[in-house]
Design a protein around this ligand. Structure first.
Ligand code: TXA
Ligand code: MG
Length: 323
């Protein structure tokens, strides 16, 4: 199959109405979308991504109000968060109605709901009479795509269409939150909305959800994920440089240029030290480093605050496979 890259929203609507796949832009990362209400469409997502079916998908809706067609018993605190952050980089785990097929939630009673904040995604969703199941548009385990080219590089030939909405503005997957019966917010994945901002709205601390290793709930909770093919190590750059002095090193750092050291390639995530800019660049820089012919990727750990926390989380998982 030849994959078309373009901006024709009506064409994408037609493709999705035929239960076929299209990649769509969002403000976090590109998604691989299918009609969330049709199991025969959704199963194609798992095939194209090589994704295990125990791993549930996020359902993207055109508005928070329309999400109520697919959910029930929504806690007050979820409404409160949605008012502040939706459309946006936050995904809500909510009790599902029967309209959502089991394949979307991997049999769970909870469905993940997100309203993406991207004009093309919202225009498309508002023209459809169904929501879109969409995981990140990358092969399972690899780095998430933040541009149409990234999607084409790894899924070209496997999907009908890539809707090109430019570079993702946030560049990190959504923050995933669940709720308990006491109106606490349970954090399942750090992401594009910072914990500090959520805590400010709810007026209390979030609770870090404990991953269950036997039943991975979020692929973001799997140890090895978001990983380049080249070995990646995080830590003290000067010490690592000495340890690997015989190797061809690619360095990714926030803003420090290490003028005393000599790297084959060196990318600065944000020369001014801005974590939002660093998040925007993160995945495309990892892909770039993976393409260069180097032996090892060294990465500086970022400040563990705001988006820095989600960036460090992705870097830790990118590294885990080699440990
Ligand atoms: O920003 C994002 O969230 C992007 C864009 C495309 O929306 N999507 C994304 O999808 O990152 P994906 O599939 O790569 O990650 C979604 C995570 C998965 O780890 C999945 O396990 C978790 O959400 N998830 C989905 N439905 C769930 C459910 N019912 N219960 C628990 N976790 C769920
Ligand atoms: Mg993913």
């Amino acid at each position: 199959m030849e994959t078309i890259v373009g901006t024709n929203i009506s064409k994408v609507k037609e493709i999705l109405e035929q239960n076929l796949l299209a990649a769509i832009p969002t403000e976090t990362v590109y998604g691989l979308a299918a009609n969330a209400l049709k199991p025969e469409a959704v199963v194609k997502i798992f095939e194209a991504k090589n994704r295990p079916q125990f791993n549930p998908l996020i359902v993207h809706c055109k508005s928070w109000a329309s999400a109520m067609d697919y959910t029930q018993d929504v806690p007050t605190i979820a409404h409160q968060l949605a008012e502040h952050f939706s459309p946006g980089a936050i995904t809500f785990l909510l009790p599902k109605k029967n309209t959502i097929p089991d394949i979307v939630t991997a049999g769970s009673d909870l469905v993940a709901i997100r309203i993406p904040n991207h004009p093309m995604a919202l225009a498309l969703l508002s023209q459809l009479d169904f929501p879109l199941a969409a995981p990140s548009a990358n092969p399972f385990g690899y780095i998430s795509p933040t541009s149409a080219t990234h999607v084409l590089d790894s899924l070209g030939g496997k999907i009908e269409y890539i809707l090109d909405g430019g570079n993702a503005q946030i560049g990190l997957e959504s923050t995933i939150v669940g709720f308990d019966e006491r109106e606490n917010v349970l954090l399942h994945r750090v992401g594009g909305v910072a914990i500090e901002d959520i805590e400010q709205v709810i007026g209390k601390k979030v609770i870090f959800a404990q991953p269950n290793p036997d039943k991975p709930q979020s692929s973001g909770q799997l140890k090895s994920h978001y990983a380049p093919h080249t070995d990646l190590l995080i830590g003290d750059i000067v010490a690592l440089y000495q340890q690997f002095s015989d190797k061809k090193i690619g360095l990714m750092s926030l803003s420090d240029s290490y003028p005393q050291l000599n790297f084959a390639h060196h990318l600065l995530l944000s020369p001014s030290g801005d974590l939002a800019e660093a998040a925007q660049n993160l995945f495309s820089f990892l892909r770039q480093l993976d393409e260069w012919n180097i032996d090892i990727i060294l990465v500086e750990r970022l400040p563990n605050e705001g988006l820095g926390r989600a960036i460090n989380d992705r870097l830790n998982r990118a590294q885990a496979i080699y440990k």
